[in-house]
Ligand binder design. Structure first.
Ligand code: FPP
Length: 250
């Protein structure tokens, strides 16, 4: 077992997390769902701090999916409020630890007040280079892929690119995650074994770690356990075990 605070031997460059189980955590305690989300923010803080301590360069959190807009309005409002509060309260931590904040998703759908705080946090942390914390907000993988396809189609229609010259790399640079390496490890909490429209293109070669732990109970120890599990995996990227274990084309 890895003891708390010590880095597992082979670390991912990019960890992405589907934070699930806040509602069930609250239900189990007879609390309103929003209390689960509130406790979920504590887990966000713990994981960000742990990733930073371990010098993991990229962490992406699925905080609000495009589909989540369909939840009851009070829950959506509560999530937006928590998000705003988080961005305000954590800015000093992001600056102190030189963490850059990025956002992926259809952010134009977010309330104006949230977009304002987001823009402020993104620009205030833009020069930070120690770690990139990316939040998936109003995010859905298929929607992101369609928006990237539209961008390429518009460039082709303008005569800037030829359709037959479009490559995977060009496609990647039109995604919201442009410039961020693909996730090496995707973690999902709460016992659900689904990808739920998260980083569909980017997770082509990701390792997956599923845990029954509900997100509000997910802390540093659980994060280290997932990293340890990852370090034991043998990534082959479609090659044989004897071949070099490098991503294709890298
Ligand atoms: C999934 O649990 C979780 C969400 C939809 C929201 C995640 C949000 C947070 C952790 C807090 C705010 C985020 C930040 C970055 C400050 P669920 O509600 O689907 O749980 P259930 O499946 O048990 O109902």
């Amino acid at each position: 077992m890895t003891s708390e605070g010590s880095a597992p031997p082979s670390l991912p460059r990019h960890v992405a997390i589907i934070m699930d189980g806040n509602g069930r955590w609250a239900n189990l305690r007879g609390l309103p769902r929003v209390e689960g989300h509130r406790m979920g923010v504590r887990s966000v803080r713990a994981v960000v701090e742990c990733a930073r301590e371990l010098r993991i360069p990229c962490l992406t959190l699925y905080a609000f999916s495009l589909e989540n807009w369909g939840r009851p309005e009070p829950e959506v409002i509560a999530l937006m409020t928590l998000l705003k509060e988080f961005l305000v309260s954590e800015l000093p931590l992001l600056l102190r630890h030189r963490i850059r904040l990025r956002v992926i998703g259809e952010t134009t759908s977010l309330p104006f007040a949230v977009r304002q705080v987001l823009e402020h946090t993104v620009s205030a942390t833009a020069g930070n280079t120690e770690m990139t914390l990316t939040l998936g907000l109003s995010y859905a993988g298929r929607n992101e892929i369609v928006r990237a396809a539209r961008r390429l189609a518009a460039e082709a229609a303008d005569g800037k690119i030829a359709p037959e010259e479009i490559t995977e790399e060009m496609f990647s640079t039109r995604l919201d995650t442009a410039g961020i390496p693909d996730p090496d490890l995707v973690i999902r909490t709460s016992g659900e074994l689904r990808i739920s429209n998260f980083l569909l293109w980017q997770s082509a070669y990701a390792e997956f770690a599923f845990t029954d732990v509900l997100w509000p109970d997910f802390g540093k120890a659980e994060f280290l356990q997932a990293l340890e599990e990852y370090s034991r995996r043998h990534r082959r990227f479609g090659l044989t075990t004897d071949q070099a274990v490098k991503p294709p084309g890298k």
